[in-house]
Design a protein around this ligand. Structure first.
Ligand SMILES: Nc1ncnc2c1ncn2[C@@H]1O[C@H](COP(=O)(O)OP(=O)(O)OP(=O)(O)O)[C@@H](O)[C@H]1O
Ligand SMILES: [Mg+2]
Length: 457
């Protein structure tokens, strides 16, 4: 590990308060985005450095595998790109005559424009200038960064630096796009690595392996949310979506998203089984929701990231449809019972229950379904991981590519859906009766924006 990576791996991450994601508004000021990009370059570097360190010290020889080396290399390349990006900007800004205006004023004042109270700086680990009243001169290992994700009212820049802002923004967003693309195969590569290489006495359901997978994927979700949000905020085309601030929709219509997820899951189901169970969407009082109700029902909307909600529901619906068709085989000629989505809004939450009348889950297996890589699907993951439905879907969340995935086979659908739900302070629970059916309840919290992101180390 390079000394710079090691240094960053010793730093604590700085969780983002979710409310800050909304403060940008639909059309953020370029200087606000510049300040955030500076924060992100630093913060994402810290988080990548932690993952890189963990990938070097996995138990049971997992770190020595080709796949682990490959993933580590991706982390290392992205880390170097991010940390070098602002070295460049600093060089530019430290031209004679520029330093007072740029370094000492702008970055420094960014830190001071924060109202969060006193700050401290540690000498042995890099921190932002915001930490002290004296200006800390930047070194390659001590970048000047704003101390928080969102900087209200950044001070104006000197005109010739202001002119450079669009160019920096463009370069930074293309760097982020490159990172997203580079890391797209990570889910497949890691999941491929783990089951193949564990010693026989160490099933992948072992708590230590599960804990690693959970940390790894939770971290990945956090980084991708921050990157996805910044890319959307910086993209003028994304600003045209009504009620959107970056990737967050302030009026995410849960019923509309459920309908889209049902359409997509039905399509995949038909491709795999030739038929799909009907999907009924009902309100808690069992009234079937008609199209006209959908638009008018403010209670059914909340602040959320629609693509995340779609992903969670899509995974749950695929499971429910598959279980239904395992019990009610299309060739039997008997009618296929519906999958029912029940949406219950309350003042604090929206609950979405997905109930099927499928094969159910044996009581002894119920505790396993939330573990990574537990699956009963016959078409298990191909040795090259190529038919990994969930991995493809997870990566599609950020690349926007078309879903072309089989129904099941990876054992990641439920644990990742729960991880996504929990990232935004919600939850996922499952109850089932073998032979009768299964009900999965997704709880979305309306007030998640009042919480801090939880960064898992
Ligand atoms: N609604 C359900 N009814 C019956 N069994 C279910 C249901 N949902 C999940 N399961 C069981 O839990 C297992 C794990 O589900 P999970 O979604 O995590 O993985 P998967 O569907 O097998 O593969 P994928 O990662 O592609 O989703 C399934 O293989 C199945 O045995
Ligand atoms: Mg599944």
């Amino acid at each position: 590990m390079s000394s710079r990576l090691a240094l960053y791996a010793r730093r604590a991450p700085r969780p983002v308060h979710f409310s800050e994601m909304l403060k940008f508004g639909p059309t953020p000021h370029p200087n606000t985005l510049l300040a955030t990009s500076r924060f992100l370059a630093d913060e994402i570097s810290v988080r990548l450095a932690h993952r890189h360190a963990e990938l070097e010290s996995l138990p049971y020889g997992l770190s020595t595998t080709r796949e682990a080396a490959l993933v580590r290399e991706w982390y290392s390349i992205s880390f170097n790109e991010l940390t070098r990006f602002y070295d460049d900007l600093d060089r530019h800004s430290r031209d004679p005559g520029m330093a007072p205006a740029w370094t000492k004023n702008w970055w420094h004042r960014l830190g001071q424009s924060d109202d969060s109270g006193s700050k401290t700086s540690t000498a042995d680990v890099p921190r932002g200038v915001a930490a002290t009243s004296a200006v800390v001169e930047p070194t390659p290992s001590m970048p000047l960064t704003p101390d928080r994700y969102y900087t209200p009212n950044p001070p104006p820049l000197p005109p010739h630096m202001q002119d450079a802002v669009p160019q920096y923004t463009k370069r930074f967003t293309s760097l982020l796009h490159g990172i997203v693309e580079r890391h797209n195969p990570v889910v497949v590569t890691v999941s491929k690595n783990v089951p193949r290489l564990l010693p026989a006495h160490m099933p992948q359901h072992h708590p230590e392996v599960q804990a690693f997978l959970n940390r790894f994927h939770a971290n990945r979700v956090g980084v991708r949310v921050l990157i996805g949000h910044h890319l959307a905020l910086s993209n003028p085309k994304a600003r045209r979506f009504p009620n959107h601030i970056g990737i967050v929709c302030t009026k995410t219509d849960t019923v509309a998203v459920a309908q889209e997820a049902a359409t997509d899951a039905s399509e995949i189901c038909e491709q795999n089984f030739g038929v799909a169970p009907p999907v009924h969407i009902v309100l808690a009082n069992q009234t079937t929701i008609s199209d006209s109700d959908i638009a008018s029902s403010a209670a059914l909307s909340l602040v959320y990231i629609p693509s995340h909600l779609h992903h969670i529901l899509f995974e749950l619906l695929k499971n429910a449809m598959r279980a239904t068709l395992l019990k009610h085989t299309p060739s039997s000629g008997s009618p296929i019972p519906p999958v029912t989505i029940t949406v219950t809004p309350t003042a604090t939450n929206i609950s979405i229950k997905i109930a099927d009348q499928g094969c159910g889950i044996p009581r002894a297996q119920l505790a396993n379904v939330m573990t990574y890589a537990y699956t009963t699907a016959a078409t298990s993951v191909a040795p090259d991981g190529s038919n990994s439905a969930t991995a493809a879907a997870v990566d599609d969340l950020f690349t926007g590519s078309e879903l072309q995935a089989p129904m099941a086979g990876f054992g990641y659908g439920l644990p990742l859906a729960r991880l996504y739900a929990r990232y935004f302070k919600g939850d996922l629970s499952i109850s089932s009766t073998q032979g009768k059916g299964t009900e999965v309840e997704l709880t979305l919290r309306r007030d998640w924006v009042n919480d801090d992101e939880q960064v898992v180390l």
